[in-house]
Design a protein around this ligand. Structure first.
Ligand code: SAM
Ligand code: SF4
Length: 447
């Protein structure tokens, strides 16, 4: 395939496929911003002059899907040899992956990692002279001169730190995202102010472990301090944050939450497992008892708080007894919601080397039991809200019924109600009439 061709001016359009977490979605916004600065506009995959995949590798299923998709993109290259195909992000950052892509998918023009996505414009220019494969081994400095963000809608994610220092034994993230690096608070605040000026009402601040925010800054700044500062941004209505690591969660954060009226009463506190044996094997850095104690303290300080979690089913060596401990923890904590994952073996992580991998059938059966239990608890929580009046930030029309409006409570629950388009971005009071597992239905209440 000839590689020597100009990037046609008529092809100044792009399409980006994104896999994975909010962090990746945020990276995609930056990639799109770079392309827009170069004069590209968004388009469909069929027409785009630049086609990018921003990848994830937290679970093997994501990786399989992405490689399948990369294979599919070949048809665009065959139909339009001038199209630029690029792949970047977490999956590519794994050892040996860029080499594999280069060999097995030779029609790919650009391969980049998680640490050098800001170099996309140069790579696009350069790839007309041949394939560009650049994956940095280490993270480098935090890059602040990213394209000015364009807000879409009333909610936005703001990354406050990159990387992770925790090395949970199952997790690939620290291997592909590098060590923790915090953004300076003034840069975070500037970004929030710019989003608010464009109509954003709610920001979710993002990090793999927001509780260790600022430990690498000089002078040090705590996450609690950052929340207080962001709370001062005029025009902003709500602040959320994710993810908190239980081993670093402290009462100072609860105090900051109580003092900061914009910070919503919702904490996502991934427990991953309910058995001490498994928690130790996962290298999570806390015991079941310590976790339960913290939940008690949180609930004492904020009785109305909504709690959610992440759980992994079928970690190597998980016995029926260990799994029963997880079910028991769920019954005791009674989360509002939980994200449940089947353990996925990630090469390069210590857990992948453990001999006693749980068979797929057992994993799936446990997963179903966990889901059933959590669904029952979620529904019970929602039913308990019937008759209450909730503050709802209106997001737009309901996806399932365009006649109705939808928004979220401070506890992050979806509410559907009869309202008006002009209310988007406003907070309204809604009386809850009906509860389902994932949604609340209500009627607007008068002040
Ligand atoms: N940093 C966050 C934390 O520690 O809670 C979460 C980041 S991770 C991208 C999101 C979730 O994916 C984790 O909480 C965990 O439940 C799940 N996860 C990570 N590695 C996994 C693996 N190898 N198999 C299954 N689930 C995994
Ligand atoms: Fe992965 Fe653990 Fe870091 Fe979360 S804290 S990103 S699960 S290593």
């Amino acid at each position: 395939m000839s590689r020597s061709r100009p990037v046609s001016a008529k092809k100044d359009t792009y399409h980006i496929l994104t896999y994975g977490c909010q962090m990746n979605e945020r990276d995609t916004e930056s990639l799109a911003g770079f392309l827009q600065q170069m004069g590209y506009t968004a388009s469909t995959p069929e027409e785009a002059g630049v086609l990018l995949i921003n990848t994830c590798c937290v679970r093997e299923s994501a990786e399989r899907k992405i490689l399948g998709k990369l294979g599919e993109l070949r048809k665009y290259k065959l139909a339009r040899p001038e199209v630029v195909i690029g792949i970047g992000g977490c999956m590519v950052q794994q050892p040996g992956m860029s080499e594999r892509i280069r060999k097995e998918y030779p029609y790919v023009d650009i391969v980049f990692g998680t640490h050098n996505l800001h170099q996309l414009p140069r790579m696009i220019e350069q790839c007309q002279f041949g394939q560009v494969v650049e994956v940095w081994d280490s993270e480098g400095e935090v890059v602040e001169d990213l394209p000015e963000r364009k807000a879409e809608g009333i909610k936005a994610h703001v990354t406050i730190m990159y990387g992770c220092n925790n090395f949970c034994s199952y997790c690939i993230v620290p291997h592909v995202r590098g060590r923790e690096r915090s953004r300076a608070p003034e840069d975070v605040v500037r970004e929030v102010q710019s989003l608010v000026a464009q109509g954003v009402k709610e920001v979710t601040v993002l990090g793999q472990n927001v509780n260790s925010y600022g430990k690498d800054l000089n002078p040090r700044v705590s996450f609690a301090d950052l929340l207080r500062t962001v709370n001062g941004v005029e025009g902003l209505k709500r602040i959320r944050f994710t993810t908190s690591h239980p081993k670093d969660f402290d009462l100072a954060l609860i105090a900051a939450m109580s003092e900061s009226d914009k910070v919503c009463e919702h904490i996502h506190l991934p427990v991953q497992a309910g058995s001490n044996r498994i928690l130790a094997a996962m290298n999570r850095g806390y015991s079941r008892e310590q976790y339960m104690e913290m939940i008690g303290q949180i609930r004492q300080a904020m009785p109305e708080v909504a709690l959610t979690t992440d759980l992994i089913v079928g970690f190597p060596g998980e016995t029926e007894e260990d799994f029963a401990d997880t079910l028991d923890l769920l019954e005791k904590v009674r989360y509002d919601n939980a994200f449940t994952f089947l353990y996925s073996k990630r090469s390069g992580t210590p857990a992948a080397e453990l001999a006693e991998q749980v068979d797929a059938e057992t994993k799936k059966a446990r997963f179903q039991r966990l889901l059933q239990l959590q669904n029952r608890i979620s529904l019970e929580h929602n039913k308990a809200l019937i008759g209450s009046v909730q503050e709802v930030l209106v997001e737009g029309r309901s996806k399932t019924n365009k006649e109705l409006m939808t928004g979220r409570t401070r506890g992050n629950k979806i509410v559907v109600f009869a309202g008006a388009e002009q209310q988007v971005g406003e907070t309204v009071l809604v009386r809850i009439d009906e509860a389902r597992t994932w949604t609340l239905l209500g009627t607007m209440a008068l002040l």
